[in-house]
Write a new protein. Structure first.
Length: 190
């Protein structure tokens, strides 16, 4: 299976747990014989969209071409990101807006059709609060928007998720357990 990974933490500091999770997923997938490509948000340079005309026009950015190539190449896409103010960081959302443009990710017009159908996805979200609080009290609206309004819209199905709460309070043993669990997901391409 061809697995694309988007490490969606905008901070390139290697101490960020999202980076370790992306690496664990990639390592597990490679050890199981999957082909893997990794895209790190912190390494990319691309503009934010400012208007509809820019969104509908072809882009001329090498990093965006790389991101679109990753999406087109992948049979399974994994996105890992921290929860910031209830959703993905703005820079990750900006990347997805640029990647999933009309013509590339969907056919515009009256009958919108996702052009990335036949691919599955997994979203891994780290957060400071307990994951149950995010789901039950806050409704996990940021995650739902990413799943339904972005990934499902362009054709990804099924879309699974893993929520890792209390990330700042995880013991070293608990961090290792999460890394092993995420590595196992990568090995299964799930």
């Amino acid at each position: 299976m061809r697995i694309g990974i988007i490490d969606g933490h905008p901070d390139g500091d290697p101490a960020r747990f999202c980076h370790a999770l992306a690496d664990a997923y990639a390592d597990g997938a490679r050890q199981a014989g999957h082909e893997v490509r990794v895209l790190r948000l912190a390494d990319l340079d691309f503009p934010f969209l400012q208007d509809r005309a820019s969104w509908e026009a072809p882009h001329a950015c090498a990093d965006l071409a790389t991101a679109q190539d990753l999406a087109a190449w992948s049979e399974h896409l994994m996105i890992v990101h921290p929860l910031w103010l209830g959703a993905a960081p703005a820079r990750l959302k900006a990347l997805l807006e640029q990647m999933f443009r009309p013509g590339f990710a969907f056919r515009p017009g009256r009958n919108l059709t996702g052009r990335l159908a036949g691919r599955s996805a997994r979203i891994i979200v780290t957060m400071g609060m307990p994951a149950t609080v995010y789901c039950l009290w806050f409704g996990a609206h940021g995650l739902k928007a990413l799943k339904r309004n972005i990934l499902a819209f362009v054709g990804f199905r099924p879309i699974r998720d893993t929520l890792i709460g209390n990330v700042e309070g995880l013991t070293p043993a608990r961090r290792q357990a999460w890394l092993a669990s995420v590595g196992a997901l990568g090995a299964r391409g799930r």
